[in-house]
Design a protein around this ligand. Sequence first.
Ligand SMILES: NC(=O)c1ccc[n+]([C@@H]2O[C@H](COP(=O)([O-])OP(=O)(O)OC[C@H]3O[C@@H](n4cnc5c(N)ncnc54)[C@H](OP(=O)(O)O)[C@@H]3O)[C@@H](O)[C@H]2O)c1
Length: 321
Amino acid sequence: MKAIVHTKYGPPEVLQLKEVEKPAPKDSEVLIKVHATTVSRTDCGFRSAEYFISRFFSGSLKPKYQTLGCEFAGVIEEVGKDVTSFKIGDKVFGYNDSKFGAHAEYMTLAENEAITKIPGNLSLEEAAPITEGAHYALCDIRAAKVISGQNVMIYGATGAISSAAVQLVKYFGANVTAVCSTQNVELVKSLGADVVVDYTKQDFTKIDQTFDFVFDAVGKTSFGRSKPLLKDKGIYISTELGKNAENIFLALITPLFGGKKVLFPIPSISKEDIIFLKSLVEAGKFKPVIDRRYKLEQIVEAARYVETGQKTGSVVIIVVQ
Ligand SMILES: NC(=O)c1ccc[n+]([C@@H]2O[C@H](COP(=O)([O-])OP(=O)(O)OC[C@H]3O[C@@H](n4cnc5c(N)ncnc54)[C@H](OP(=O)(O)O)[C@@H]3O)[C@@H](O)[C@H]2O)c1
């Protein structure tokens, strides 16, 4: 089968299209014919090993898992003998960042992992980007214990994480003030934001409101800048480590004082989470935002684009045309 392989850490150019052996499902696994996947910031982070810490999970000197791709949507082609919840022909989507493998024509996954049938109202191509940004957003929203009626600021509202966060925070009943650039104001309003601040025209720190939660979902601001916007016990979370990894340090220190604090939740995803996300898609409460689409053979170009930090939502890779 065709797969994108990287045998060393580095820039997008380390990704190569190769012929590799088609995987065979174990007794508890399914074999998925991948129709669509994404190139996400997670894939790029593990490929570049920009943060050395990622090597503890992915191999210290060279990548343990040489085919990336954590999000997928496809069709079950084989089932292991112990599999009970899927059958051949089921259309499925899901997420796996422990062994990756979706940048290929086929991948295997255990049936009890983060995989479920696609929402009835989406195509395989539309279902592929449901999970990456949304599960990070969900994890951070849960950590901040967002409840109905609260005020939440989402800084940088047009990435994969933040475009999901706007929709999820609205689902939990809180008021959203979203910060984005001029070209994305209408998109962000359409996602449900109550107030949109254009950061090219207005300093977001000068707005006349305070927040229970400031979510820097593109890692471009800081606790220091956001602090005046927080209520007395307000919470700041960033998707990045911050300058000199300050967000880790602040997450250890600030909760000790009982006032405004930084949290740095460790992301995770379960089967229950993706079933929950699927239910939101089916209820019309969440729809992943898709930017560009590329073919599998164009993955280097796709990764370069993702690494500009300017994508809107997710970049989808079409594996089966
Ligand atoms: N290391 C990892 O494994 C990992 C995994 C996942 C995510 N992350 C981090 O999480 C963050 C979000 O990732 P993502 O994939 O959701 O989105 P992303 O690709 O980083 O975000 C792109 C969006 O950010 C907006 N943006 C760029 N500069 C901005 C600024 N100064 N202020 C406000 N918005 C700005 C852009 O819109 P405009 O240009 O119109 O503003 C664009 O729509 C990134 O920092 C990423 O590194 C890391």
